[in-house]
Design a protein around this ligand. Structure first.
Ligand code: TYC
Length: 120
C-alpha cells in the first residue's frame, strides 16, 4: 500500500488582542485534530481441504474481484498461507468475514478468514 504523506496543519489567521493598535494578524499553525478512520484488511487463510474453485468464487463474489485477480489472490494464499482480499472500514470488514465464513460453512468447507487493523 502507498504510504500517506503527513497532513500539514492548516494556517489560520489569528487577530492579536488590542495593544498594538489591534490590526496585526499572525499566522498560527494548528495541529489537525481529525484523523482518518482506522482501516481493516480482510485476510483469507489457507487450508488443505477447501477447493481452489470455491475460494475463487468467494473472492469474486464478496470482494468484487474479476476472475483473474481472484485467481491470483487464491494462488497467493495457497502458496504463502494467507492473503489480503480487500481493505474496508471496521464494520464492512467484519461483515465480509461473516459472509465468507457463512458461505464456507454452508458448503461444508473449513475456509477461514479474519479482519486485521492496518498498521500506519
Ligand atoms: N490449499 C487449498 C487446496 O489445495 C486451496 C485453498 C486456497 C484453500 C486458498 C483455502 O484460502 C484458501 N485445495
Amino acid at each position: 500500500m502507498a504510504t500517506q504523506s503527513p497532513v500539514k496543519p492548516p494556517v489560520t489567521p489569528v487577530k492579536l488582542p488590542e495593544g498594538d493598535g489591534g490590526d496585526s494578524v499572525v499566522l498560527e499553525r494548528r495541529t489537525q485534530k481529525v484523523k482518518p478512520p482506522q482501516m481493516y484488511q480482510v485476510v483469507m487463510l489457507n487450508d488443505d481441504y477447501t477447493p481452489m474453485e470455491f475460494v475463487v468464487v468467494v473472492i469474486q463474489e464478496f470482494f468484487s474481484k474479476d476472475l483473474e485477480s481472484a485467481t491470483q489472490i487464491m494462488l497467493k494464499i495457497h502458496l504463502e498461507g494467507r492473503g489480503v482480499c480487500g481493505v474496508y472500514s471496521k464494520d464492512v470488514a467484519a461483515t465480509k468475514v461473516d459472509q465468507v465464513l457463512d458461505a464456507a460453512h454452508r458448503a461444508g468447507h473449513p475456509l477461514q478468514c479474519v479482519s486485521e487493523p492496518i498498521e500506519l
